[in-house]
Design a protein around this ligand. Structure first.
Ligand code: PLP
Length: 388
């Protein structure tokens, strides 16, 4: 059967390839999954069960989401993101990814260019391609803690550029782009009439003196930003598939035209769970953040012991880092990850999965237990010939 160019152009993901290969071994030390390993907090589970028992979950909701959930989201955006939001500027989505693809579909036409900083979450690149757009990948400045290269972004703008897609805190580098740089990016968008599509999945996981900044909080950016958020990371709700986006009321009406054929509405049982997540106790977010902070520090300590072979930028946020492997045996990150898995059963994600600038790197997740980090690093040291 013939299939579309739209899907044929999309290469098999190196992440899924590593997951498939990992299944050959019984005892793998996983540092390759970017999903929270803690379970969803029990008060959230119970709220969903209650909603089922009350018979609230068998039908569709409004396609933009339950009004009471949007009320709570609006409060959260005003309080935590300083975004002036009301319920008509919100769309509840099937995780952040459905919101992101619906946003891209609403903003670009075939052949339009979207600027992304690289390395970035590979799904964003795929989403632009699926919408028949052209991803324009501008490298981050690795030598400067993977900072945005505002000058290079400016130079890459053409008459076909429609949007900039931005992920902060960044997957895979863990960079929290500072407010100053985001203001410069916003100025570029204003000057060139571009939309900014943000992915703020890791908004609460920022460490040290880093601060998360939402571009949509800038009054002059009203109507220019589509901000995507998720419950997946903040409340360990990966499998519930629930997120939301904020944009102008007019833009929401347009994005909804893509959202409906993708999803009709977000899963209703998950919307009730999300409602409880926002209304209930928030300590889980602090607990997750404290855990990731300690896990990041442990991972950095373990990496410091191998500084001749591995260099890294300390991530200011997310639960991911993106070290460079200076292994004289070769630079192909997929071959390196396969060899690491074969020889010592450690699963890491090849940097190439995040764009060509990711080559020679691996992505390591520290959303795992400290035992798992120590187990993986004991093995990595063995791989590189360090005596433990
Ligand atoms: C940057 C980023 N955005 C979105 C997602 C997925 O979010 P959701 O589960 O809400 O679709 C991930 C998951 O790893 C991610 O890292």
């Amino acid at each position: 059967m013939d299939t579309s160019y739209r899907v044929n152009q999309i290469k098999k993901s190196a992440i899924h390839e590593m997951t498939r290969l990992s299944k050959q071994y019984d005892d793998v030390a996983f540092l390759s999954w970017a999903k929270p390993t803690s379970g969803t907090p029990s008060h959230i589970n119970h709220a969903a069960i209650d909603a089922i028992h009350k018979g609230l979950t068998g039908g569709y909701s409004q396609s933009d989401g339950l009004p009471e959930l949007r009320e709570e989201i609006a409060k959260k955006l005003n309080r935590d993101n300083h975004i002036e939001a009301n319920v008509s500027q919100l769309l509840v989505t099937v995780g952040a990814v459905e919101g992101l693809i619906a946003s891209v579909m609403a903003v670009i036409d075939p052949g339009d260019e979207v600027i992304l900083s690289m390395p970035t979450y590979s799904t964003h690149i795929t989403q632009v391609r699926l919408a028949s757009g052209v991803p324009v990948l501008v490298p981050l400045r690795e030598e400067n803690d993977f900072a945005l290269d505002i000058e290079a972004i400016n130079e890459s703008i053409t008459s076909k550029t429609r949007a900039i897609m931005l992920c902060s805190p960044n997957n895979p580098t863990g960079t929290v782009f500072p407010e100053d740089d985001l203001r410069k990016l916003a100025a570029l968008a204003l000057e060139n009439n571009l939309t900014i599509i943000t992915d703020e999945a890791y908004e609460y996981f920022v460490f040290d003196d880093h601060k998360h900044f939402s571009i949509a909080s800038m009054p002059e950016m009203k109507g220019r930003v589509i901000s995507n958020f998720t419950f997946t990371k903040s409340y360990a709700m990966t499998g519930w598939r629930i997120g939301y986006l904020h944009a102008s009321e007019e833009m929401i009406q347009q994005i909804k035209k893509a959202h409906i054929p993708f999803a009709i509405c977000a899963p209703v049982v998950s919307q009730y769970a999300a409602l409880e997540a926002l209304k209930g106790p928030q300590d889980c977010i602090d607990e997750f953040r404290d855990h990731y902070f300690n896990a990041r520090n442990l991972m950095c300590e373990r990496l410091d012991r191998m500084s001749e072979i591995i260099s890294y930028n300390k991530p200011g946020g997310s639960y991911l880092m993106f070290p460079r492997i200076n292994d004289p045996r070769g630079k192909d990150s997929l071959a390196f990850c396969k060899d690491l898995l074969d020889k010592v059963q450690v699963s890491a994600t090849p940097g190439i999965a995040f764009g060509p600038a990711g080559e020679s790197h691996v992505r390591l997740s520290f959303c795992v237990s400290e035992e798992m980090i120590n187990k993986a690093f004991d093995r990595i040291e063995k791989y590189f010939g360090y005596s433990n």
